[in-house]
Design a protein around this ligand. Structure first.
Ligand code: PAF
Length: 274
């Protein structure tokens, strides 16, 4: 695997390389990321990953400095997964001067759900992803459904800015008990880890109820929030939304149920398409 910390070197290496699939990451890779790398292979001649911890998407109260950096281990996993090139810039390479031009996503898409607890987060994500797209020039880019709102924002960005890139979603990878894989799972105590699958179980219950014809969305959401709270969680939301823009369901638009809650000091998110 070639490792390129410099934009110019990556661009030179990619000249005439054929069809490029790109998987951006912030490192600290788990099996969910690796599944995206393997999925990318089916779409391209060259698979490019990036590792860059993007300061722009961290709020003032979120600890950018404490974000786990596991570069050597990540490289070994990417090599195993058959990734051809890794773009791994430092901050001076990506932001040689303060970034003054930003992508501003539709506020209706970003002031809700995750955006409501992380103001500015999705603007920071969209800005760095557009910049990474301009650096890598991919034909396809892959993002996991685990971060469903991120996937929605980036899919809309690509469409509305007419970027010549196909966005391909990757399914959420789960542990045997249903817990969605996340770098944050490592912060759970043994007891919390045993409790954590409750979130995916509740989402599955809601999915099954809706599939069986239940349209009382508010009751389903409220009951799930109460169940989490009764088991020691601090729920942020359980929300049934339409997939395309995560607004309240209208007509027969395809739906997704999303949840976010804190267990101890660890905040978990998950979702299921219905
Ligand atoms: O999902 C992530 O790891 C990040 O938000 C991304 C897309 C790499 C942008 O920094």
């Amino acid at each position: 695997m070639q490792i390129h910390p410099r934009i110019a070197d990556l661009r030179a290496a990619l000249k005439g390389a054929g069809r490029v699939a790109f998987v951006p990451t912030m490192g600290n890779l788990h099996d969910g990321h690796i599944a995206l790398m393997r999925q990318a292979r089916a779409h391209a001649d060259v698979v490019v990953a990036s590792i860059f911890v993007n300061r722009l998407q961290f709020g003032p109260k979120e600890d950018f400095d404490k974000y786990p950096r596991t570069f050597e281990n990540d490289c070994a996993r990417l090599r195993d997964a058959g990734v051809d090139m890794l773009f791994a810039p430092d901050e001076r390479e990506m932001y040689p001067s303060p970034q003054r031009y930003h992508v501003e996503p539709d506020q209706a898409h970003v002031n809700i759900l995750e955006g409501a607890v992380r103001p500015g987060h999705f603007g920071g994500v969209a800005t760095v992803v557009l910049k990474l797209f301009n650096i890598v020039g991919p034909d396809v880019a892959l993002f996991g459904k685990k971060d469903y709102q991120q996937l929605m924002v980036l899919t809309n960005m690509v469409r509305e800015l007419a970027l010549p890139i196909e966005v391909i979603p990757g399914e959420t990878i789960r542990a045997d008990d249903g817990l969605a894989l996340s770098s944050r799972n490592g912060y759970l105590s043994v007891e919390e880890r045993a409790e954590a699958p409750r979130l995916s179980r509740l989402l599955t219950h809601i999915k099954n109820r809706i599939a069986a014809g239940d349209r009382n969305f508010l009751k389903l959401e409220t009951e799930a929030v109460a169940d989490l709270a009764a088991h020691g969680w601090q729920p942020d939301y359980i929300a049934i939304r339409q997939r395309c823009d995560l607004q309240a369901p209208a007509g027969d638009a395809p739906l997704v149920v999303l949840g976010a809650a804190k267990l101890g000091s660890t905040r978990l998110i998950d979702n299921l398409e219905i």
